[in-house]
Each structure stands twice: as structure tokens, then as C-alpha cells.
Design a protein around this ligand. Structure first.
Ligand SMILES: Cc1cc2nc3c(=O)[nH]c(=O)nc-3n(C[C@H](O)[C@H](O)[C@H](O)COP(=O)(O)OP(=O)(O)OC[C@H]3O[C@@H](n4cnc5c(N)ncnc54)[C@H](O)[C@@H]3O)c2cc1C
Length: 506
């Protein structure tokens, strides 16, 4: 097997992985491994923006308090303070890396307001903030001679012996070769797991590989029951879900049921801008009451020109669906969106395995607690990548890696047959449907227990019938999705109370 050695290997090329790599490239040779094209990530699709206190009328204490409230008193307060205090620097850092944020006529940041925030504090680039950030960071890493980028390389497993990480086992998809990467430090920045649910806002790459890899390696996991569902995604009978950012509600759009009646004012003092879990459940309740497939988001009272200016992508996408949002109400449904829990990390993004860091959506820093405050996740990615990079700089001086792990032998892959591929696809859809139906927005012990049994069977079938036919990325992703699903269901069964975005109807 090919064997390469770097100071640092970073798995994932979203905001967390890229910003960590950029900082570490000042003192180390870094390899970024990413399973698709470099830009493909949750980061790329982020719309609303990044939370930061930049207005005199706002305060860091307010940002902390809003985050703790959304997190249902389950947050790590030190991490939340660190996040809020470093938010302004994070925005300025991104500007230095050529990220363009919208400004007002007098040159200050144009701040949006989103659900759960008591002040306008969302820095944004129209309604495509993620694309702007991702493109700028990709540009920086591509021009850095200390950073090597391997696109279309799939990380299979971490190389861990006696609770120490020595790098990762990687599969190069085009030439079907395995590669052993030895590194002093490994960073898991592999993003979320939205794909385990039938209705979700995430791209195809979000199959939870990092969570599963870390779990297999023995890392401590935390808060896996807390999956956040986004209340408003464009209802579509076919095709991919499209997120309708909370900022549109912050701008004045109002939720209405299928009869065109408002309902959020009876649910929460912040009405349509209540925290996401509350809005998601209220929508499901209205849908059940009216036996409808969606509710409406009504932006028709808002000025057309402003809608086009502030939400150009949403405006255009809805037009493609035959909806002029200045005249037509938008049919919306909730969908799985963000994983609050994950690989347990400390203030420096260190996992419980030595030399293994985790950052971004795959990490559980404790910032989000039981429910994430909107626009805190891109921020978490940058702030904790900096924490990790500072810690790595010290660590790297004391850590030595040649091929300490020893050489790995791995079975040469056999290309999976067409029949196997179809079977993996069918099993993946089955898993997604089970998770959506039995471990979604409203959970009960009986549904969760049933789901766990189904997942057990699915795991056995995948391991027996598919893995024995040879390695394939699709099979590995399916296995990772099963592992993540089991972790979510297990945690959801253990937490018998309702908390944050975990809701137990029993
Ligand atoms: C539609 C949408 C809108 C959002 N809007 C906002 C917003 O406005 N504000 C906000 O703060 N947050 C928002 N979020 C959440 C936010 O985008 C994510 O939480 C954040 O981008 C996660 O960044 P990350 O770097 O941790 O992971 P990602 O950006 O998801 O990157 C993960 C990377 O890991 C790679 N990877 C995964 N598995 C492997 C493997 N096995 N081998 C190699 N590479 C692998 C992926 O290909 C990808 O490059 C939104 C999310 C979505 C989906």
C-alpha cells in the first residue's frame, strides 16, 4: 500500500477544515483529504450568515444569553463565551481572506436578524454566505505551498493504537487504491450527517463518516440525540429540498397554516422567529391538524425589490418552481438540518484520542447544547479551528511520526457489481425513511425501539451481504450511516425527557 507522511492530515474541506489548514500551514506541512470536489460541503450551501456582535446596541452578553437559551441550558458556558468573544475577530479574519460581506451605505456590516437572536447580528453575503466563504477559503488553500489537496479521496478509518492517532486510511476513488497517511496530528472536520434522514437540507457528502470513524476508533461521543430540524424548506414532491433561510422570517415573512391562518403567535412570544425546534414542532402540529403536506411562509407583504436584493437565490429558485414570492405564499416543511452533538471535544478542539482533533459540525464542543442558535455553526467552525491550530502548534513540536503505526495491509478492492450498487441505494433509502419516521421531530420509546431493531438488521445485512463483495465507497457510507443512526437512536432512547431539539411525545 502507498504510504505518505505529513505533519498534519485534515479530513474535510468545509469552513472548519480549510480555516484550520490555512492557520496550520504557517508552521507545518498539511494534507487536506476530501471525498468530493473541494468545495462540496455543508458550508457551500449555508445561506443566512454568521453571528457576531458588531452593533453598539448589542453585547457579547446578549449573544451568550441567546445561545444558552436556544441550547436549553445544556451548553458548555466556557465554550459559548469563547465563541461569542471571538466572533468579531473571526469575521475580520474572513475579510482578510477576501470574503465579501454585505455592508450598509455608511460602510458598516449589514446585519440581519434570525430566529432566537434578540438583536440583528447576522453578517452575510446576500443569501449565499456559505458559497462566498467556501470559495474564498478554497482560493487561499490552493495558493498555499504548504498545503497539499487530495480531492475525491475518501477517508475510511483513523489509524489509532492505544488511544493515540497516527493518521488515516484513505481510498482514492478514481484509481481504486488505498493510501496510508501517517501524521503527527489528525483533524476530523468531516461535517454533518443530515443524509441519515429522508427529508434533509444537506448535500450528498453529509453521510456522517467522521462520527462513525471516531466512534470505531473509540472516541467519546456526546449529545447524539440532538439533531436540529430546520422548520422551513421548500416543499417539493420530487428533487432536492431547498432551504428557505430564517433570515426571511427575520425580514418579516410570516408562517401560516394551509388555510392561510397565522398560528405562531399562540405558540411563542417571538412568534415566527421562535427557536427552530419550537417552530418545527408547531408546523408539524398544524400539518397534522389540517392533514396537509406543508404550511406556508408568507412574504407577500414585503417589498419585491428588497426581496430580490436580499434573497436573490431564494427568489430565483422559487421562480423556477413557479412561485413569485412577492405574490405567492411559499409552501414549506421541516427537514433534518444540523447535528448539535458528535465527537466530544474540549476548548482546544481536542478529542478523547491523543493527537486527534475534531472541529465544525462533527464535533460536540458544547457550544450548541441541546439546540443550535441560528448562524452559530459557521462561527464555531472558524473559532474552534483557531483554537485547534494554536494547540497543534505546540503539540507538533513534541510529537514524532515516521511510520510509528507500522505498515497496514488492506485487501485490494474489488469493484462492486451493478446489482450491489442498486442494493446499497435501496438500503440507504430504507434507512433514511426509518429514521425520518421513527427518530424525527416527534419521538416515542416504541418508535425508537422499533427503529433500533431495524437498524440492527440493516447493519448485519450490510456487513454480511455487501462488504464481503469487496470495498466500495457507497457501502462504507451506508455502514457509516447505520452507525450514526444507531448512535442517535440509542441516545434518544436514553433521554426520556424532552430537551432542546429532542422531543419525546411520551
Ligand atoms: C442548506 C444549509 C444552510 C445552512 N445555513 C447556515 C447559516 O446560514 N449559518 C450557519 O452558521 N450555518 C449554516 N448551516 C450549517 C453550516 O453550514 C454547517 O454546520 C457548517 O458549514 C459545517 O462546516 P464543517 O466544516 O464542519 O463541515 P462541511 O462544510 O460539511 O465540510 C465537511 C467536509 O468533509 C468532507 N468529508 C466528509 N466525509 C469525508 C470522508 N469520509 N473522507 C473525506 N472527506 C470527507 C466533505 O466532503 C466536506 O468537504 C447551513 C447548513 C446547510 C446544509
Amino acid at each position: 500500500m502507498r504510504n505518505e507522511t505529513y505533519d498534519i492530515v485534515v479530513i474535510g474541506s468545509g469552513i472548519a477544515g480549510l480555516s484550520y489548514a490555512i492557520r496550520c500551514a504557517d508552521f507545518a506541512k498539511v494534507l487536506i483529504v476530501t471525498k468530493g470536489n473541494i468545495g462540496e460541503s455543508n458550508t457551500m450551501y449555508a445561506q443566512g450568515g454568521i453571528a457576531a456582535v458588531l452593533d453598539d446596541k448589542d453585547s457579547i452578553e446578549n449573544h451568550i444569553s441567546d445561545t444558552l437559551t436556544a441550547g436549553d441550558n445544556h451548553c458548555n458556558k466556557d465554550c459559548v463565551r469563547l465563541l461569542a468573544e471571538n466572533a468579531k475577530d473571526a469575521i475580520l479574519y474572513l475579510e482578510q481572506l477576501s470574503v465579501n460581506f454585505n455592508k450598509t451605505d455608511n460602510g458598516t456590516f449589514d446585519l440581519h436578524r434570525e430566529g432566537g437572536h434578540s438583536h440583528a447580528r447576522i453578517v452575510h453575503h446576500a443569501d449565499a454566505t456559505g458559497k462566498e466563504v467556501e470559495s474564498a477559503l478554497v482560493n487561499v488553500v490552493k495558493n498555499n505551498t504548504n498545503i497539499t489537496i487530495y480531492e475525491n479521496y475518501f477517508a475510511i478509518d483513523l489509524l489509532v493504537k492505544e488511544n493515540k492517532c497516527y493518521g488515516a486510511l484513505i481510498f482514492k476513488s478514481d484509481s481504486e487504491e488505498f493510501l496510508q497517511v501517517n501524521a503527527k496530528v489528525t483533524m476530523l472536520a468531516s461535517g454533518g450527517l443530515g443524509q441519515v434522514f429522508l427529508q434533509n437540507t444537506n448535500p450528498d457528502v453529509a453521510t456522517g463518516d467522521g462520527f462513525a470513524m471516531a466512534y470505531r476508533a473509540g472516541a467519546e461521543m456526546e449529545d447524539m440525540e440532538f439533531v436540529q430540524f430546520h422548520p422551513t424548506t421548500l416543499f417539493a414532491r420530487k428533487g432536492r429540498t431547498f432551504l428557505i433561510t430564517e433570515a426571511l422570517r427575520g425580514f418579516g415573512a410570516i408562517l401560516k397554516n394551509s388555510k392561510g391562518e397565522t398560528f405562531m403567535e399562540n405558540v411563542h412570544p417571538l412568534s415566527s422567529l421562535a427557536p427552530r425546534d419550537i417552530v418545527s414542532r408547531a408546523i408539524i402540529q398544524e400539518m397534522n391538524k389540517d392533514n396537509s403536506e406543508f404550511v406556508y411562509l408568507d412574504a407577500t407583504k414585503l417589498d419585491r425589490e428588497s426581496l430580490e436584493k436580499h434573497f436573490p437565490n431564494i427568489f430565483e429558485r422559487c421562480l423556477l418552481e413557479g412561485l413569485d414570492i412577492s405574490k405567492d405564499m411559499i409552501p414549506v416543511v421541516p427537514a433534518a438540518h444540523y447535528m448539535c452533538g458528535g465527537i466530544k471535544t474540549d476548548l482546544h478542539a481536542r478529542s478523547s484520542i491523543e493527537n486527534l482533533y475534531a472541529c465544525g459540525e462533527c464535533a460536540a464542543t458544547g457550544v450548541h447544547g441541546a439546540n443550535r442558535l441560528a448562524s452559530n455553526s459557521l462561527l464555531e467552525g472558524i473559532v474552534f479551528a483557531k483554537q485547534a491550530a494554536n494547540d497543534t502548534q505546540q503539540k507538533i513540536q513534541e510529537t514524532f511520526t515516521s511510520a510509528i503505526f507500522g505498515n497496514l495491509e488492506y485487501k485490494t478492492p474489488e469493484v462492486n457489481c451493478e446489482e450491489c450498487k442498486q442494493e446499497v441505494g435501496a438500503l440507504k433509502r430504507y434507512l433514511q425513511a426509518q429514521m425520518w419516521r421513527n427518530c424525527g421531530i416527534v419521538r416515542t420509546e416504541s418508535k425508537l425501539t422499533y427503529c433500533f431493531e431495524e437498524l440492527d438488521e440493516l447493519q448485519e445485512k450490510t456487513e454480511k451481504d455487501l462488504c464481503e463483495n469487496g470495498f466500495s465507497i457507497a457501502t462504507m457510507e451506508l455502514l457509516n450511516m447505520v452507525t450514526c443512526s444507531k448512535l442517535i437512536v440509542e441516545a434518544a432512547l436514553k433521554r426520556t425527557e424532552s430537551k432542546g431539539c429532542h422531543y419525546r411525545a411520551d
